[in-house]
Write a protein that binds this ligand. Structure first.
Ligand code: ADP
Length: 361
């Protein structure tokens, strides 16, 4: 067998090789123990045989090896001494010491094996738990992100039906509702595709673009939600021609999450006071976007936990929105944080790096 093929032995082959070597060593010990008449407990060396067997074999094999070693010790004793009867001389003591050593070594090896098995079991459980957590987070992300377009589809279909059910059906309005449904359905499928790509660690689909048009487009997408929450939007976009290199689908998701959170945060205040401010600007090497509301703000204790998966203070919340926002923004080289406004309400801000003017588009 070449050395290359020897290194490629399968585990079964390796175990039988160890077993063969252990048997060879046991035979040598037996011969030395029987033939020589030294005042030493040679059979204690069977401990080495047991350690060799314990290394890769099963518990059953270890017990068989222990029985074989004990048997060989007794056989060597009988051959050297002739019989079991007679005075308890030095040979007896050495035989008993050897048997005790074999028993102790077997017990210790069995305990070691059990500990290793428990460790392997715990590792397998941990790996399983990690997979389940990852799958759970992925499922929660999909559920969270797809929920908004689905709710929009439901609202637009009710609106469409109402237009058609009028004594004189408003076909243009119904057509617009259908167009919005198609847009939302397309957005839901884009979101699922992006989340799947993220889970597969696929490269994000980056484009070099101006952020302000993307913000306007997002506002148009959730215009229905703003009306439903009776929220006025005060928009000041000043990033102008500044370009960022981002995945537009993902950044749109961030904007939608922040805008819907702002609407929900203002649900408790009078409709006429519900105003959200959406600003964009350029600051050094960054394009900055801020979404501010005049809700109750964020409790100081909640501030450090806000972006942690599954953190929520809302009864029907999933606590995934801001965690997804942070993953997306950080994956595009940006940062995101939350603060409270002195006059009341919360501000969620994210910065994205300006696209490097020197690099190709
Ligand atoms: P969810 O909306 O499902 O609770 P999020 O991750 O979007 O999950 O938000 C986590 C928590 O952050 C919310 O439960 C809420 O307590 C807080 N939060 C987010 N946005 C705002 C906001 N604009 N004003 C006040 N609290 C907010």
């Amino acid at each position: 067998m070449s050395s290359l093929s020897a290194t490629r032995l399968n585990p079964l082959g390796r175990h039988s090789l160890w077993g063969f070597h252990a048997l060879l060593v046991a035979c040598c010990i037996f011969v030395v123990d029987t033939v020589t008449h030294l005042d030493a407990a040679i059979a204690v060396l069977y401990v080495a045989v047991l350690l060799m067997v314990a290394k890769g074999s099963s518990t059953k094999a270890l017990l068989w090896a222990a029985a074989l070693c004990a048997g060989l010790t007794l056989a060597a004793f009988l051959i050297g001494h002739g019989h079991f009867a007679g005075n308890f001389d030095g040979r007896w003591a050495r035989c008993l010491i050897s048997l005790a050593a074999i028993a102790i070594a077997t017990l210790l090896a069995l305990r070691g094996k059990r500990a290793t098995e428990a460790l392997l079991g715990a590792q397998a459980q941990l790996a399983h738990a990690t997979r389940v957590t990852t799958l759970g987070e992925l499922a929660a992300s999909i559920a969270h992100e797809v929920n908004q377009p689905l709710a929009a589809i439901a609202n637009n279909s009710s609106a469409g039906l109402r237009w058609l059910d009028r004594p004189e059906p408003e076909l243009d309005e119904a057509r617009e509702s259908l167009q919005r449904i198609a847009q939302d359905a397309h957005r839901a499928s884009e979101v699922v595709a992006r989340i799947r790509a993220m889970a597969r660690k696929g490269a994000p689909a980056r484009q070099r673009l101006c952020l302000d048009p993307l913000i306007n487009e997002t506002l148009a997408l959730i215009a229905g939600e703003l009306t439903r929450y009776r929220v006025r939007a005060c928009v000041q976009l000043q990033a102008n021609e500044a370009r960022v290199e981002i995945d537009p689908v993902q950044v749109r998701q961030v904007l939608i999450n922040l805008l819907i959170n702002a609407c929900q945060a203002m649900a408790e205040i009078a409709p006429r006071e519900r105003e959200l401010c959406l600003n964009s600007s350029v600051l050094g090497q960054w394009v900055c976007v801020t979404v501010c509301d005049c809700g109750s703000g964020i409790a100081p204790a909640a501030l450090p936990l806000l972006f942690t998966p599954f953190f929520t203070t809302r009864e029907d919340g999933m606590g995934m929105g801001l965690s997804i926002c942070r993953s997306i923004i950080e994956a595009q080289g940006g940062r995101i944080w939350a603060s409270n406004r002195p006059e009341g309400g919360a501000c969620l801000t994210f910065w994205l790096p300006l696209a490097n003017a020197g690099s190709p588009a």
